[in-house]
Design a protein around this ligand. Structure first.
Ligand SMILES: Cc1ncc(COP(=O)(O)O)c(C=O)c1O
Length: 427
């Protein structure tokens, strides 16, 4: 099993593919930032795409019933959620889907509640579209890591604060990330039910981004629960946006979908989508998704094991080097993205001041990645996402992408440990 996994999830050279992830840093830096994986898709997906490519016409394509059926079956089998084909619509990505949703379901000047820290395009979707953000900070808790005397960070919803935000008469919508990016939390049924009760009380519509839903880590005791599957009331107030893109590493194929049982919500979304020109679907993305959902469930389970193994490697390396207190992983329950609390490291080395003095900048001039990720890229040659991109609550954190071969994680940790155990000499 372990050998088979190593073979399936071995290193893939992405040279020559114009990979965004690999374009950001100079050669020699291991990129572990944007959320795609350096892993090959399952062979059934490659074969389906290659088969479709044999036909010489790649024109406008409808959302076929067979694919809608495959999505409904996936939702039922993997998430215990009953979805009907007529509740579905296509979007070229989850980010476009929730941007359209903001326009379709709120008015300029309305307020939208979010739980922060948060995947930044969700905040932008609100603030860049003339709506106002109501940020409800998650509560941080230190919880036992499983190793005697050692703790990890975990996050909880501050329901008292959130209720104040949802009670604002201008608040119309909750934009939820579930599982939560960047913290890796899988919301428990009790938490989701409490959220649903507040949304019912204040008549709030929910747009639930569940793009990471398939990748709950095997060590987690709790399954992902689609928000819309909680109750009839939750179903009728929710637009769910999800995709096969993270699960099967097919982000470049431009296929995602949304689910709304409430025909008014779906009609509003569809009307706004057609107004902004979202119309037919991408042939390769659709073919890939149908192959994925009908043939690749066992691959997903092996991937989850592989990602869990990568998380374990990071934890073991930090422990072995005595760095746990400086770089403390949050308890990851889902996704291939690990949230690392580096606030002690920043404080102990006065990293911010050091970086300011050296005027450390990143190689990509269009992207200010933050001093911590910038420092790490220079000092360790590992390029992560800086926590400050996820809001002030992410200041002093790093987000590490573990969607890669085991050997890449081992090498990245070797570089990180070497950089962090070397004394920093101020200039
Ligand atoms: C929570 C979340 N939503 C959406 C996306 C991106 O979605 P898409 O590429 O389908 O627009 C990501 C990518 O990392 C994500 O983490």
């Amino acid at each position: 099993m372990a050998e088979q996994q190593q073979e399936l999830f071995s290193t893939v050279d992405r040279t020559g593919t114009n990979s965004l992830k690999w374009a950001r840093y100079p050669p020699g830096t291991i990129p572990m930032w944007v959320a795609d994986m350096d892993l090959a898709v399952p062979s059934a997906i490659s074969e389906a795409v290659q088969q479709r490519a044999k036909h010489p016409v790649f024109g406008y394509t409808v959302f076929p019933f067979s694919l809608k059926r495959a999505i409904c079956d996936w939702a039922q089998r993997r998430h215990n959620w009953h979805v009907e084909p007529q509740w579905l619509s296509f979007a070229p990505g989850v980010v476009p889907a929730f941007n359209v949703a903001i326009h379709a379901l709120t008015q300029p000047g309305d307020k939208v509640a979010v739980l922060v820290p948060l995947y930044y395009p969700m905040c932008w979707a609100v603030s860049e579209n003339g709506r106002r953000l109501l940020r409800s900070p998650l509560i941080e808790r230190q919880v036992p890591s499983g190793n005697v005397g050692e703790t990890m960070l975990s996050y909880e919803i501050d329901f008292v604060d959130l209720e104040k935000k949802l009670a604002d008469p201008k608040c119309r919508l909750l934009l939820l990330s579930s599982p939560h990016n960047p913290t890796g939390r899988v919301w428990r049924r009790q938490e989701l039910e409490a959220l649903a009760a507040l949304c019912a009380k204040y008549n709030i519509t929910v747009v639930s981004d569940e793009i990471h839903w398939d990748l709950v880590l095997p060590h987690t005791d709790h399954a992902h629960i689609p928000f819309a599957s909680l109750s009839r009331d939750a179903a009728m107030r929710t637009l769910t946006c999800t995709a096969p893109s993270k699960t099967f590493n097919i982000s470049g194929l431009g296929f995602s979908y949304l689910v709304a049982e409430n025909p008014t919500i779906l009609a509003k979304w569809n009307a706004m989508a057609s107004q902004v020109g979202i119309f037919p679907g991408p042939p390769f993305g659709m073919v890939a998704t149908e192959a994925a959902y009908t043939q690749c469930a066992p691959w997903v389970d092996q991937l989850r094991q592989h990602i869990q193994g990568n998380f374990d490697v990071v934890c073991a390396a930090l422990r072995a080097a005595g760095l746990w207190d400086l770089v403390r992983p949050a308890r990851s329950e889902a996704m291939f993205l690990m949230w690392l609390d580096c606030r002690q490291l920043v404080a102990s080395r006065q990293l911010k001041a050091l970086c300011d003095r050296r005027d450390m900048t990143v190689t990509d001039p269009d992207h200010n990645e933050g001093y911590l990720a910038g420092w790490l890229a220079e000092a360790a040659r590992v390029g992560m996402s800086d926590g400050c991109e996820f809001g002030v609550q992410g200041e002093g954190f790093l987000r590490m992408n573990l969607g890669c071969a085991r050997e890449t994680v081992v090498e990245a940790m070797r570089c990180i440990v070497e950089a962090l155990t070397k004394p920093v000499a101020p200039k």
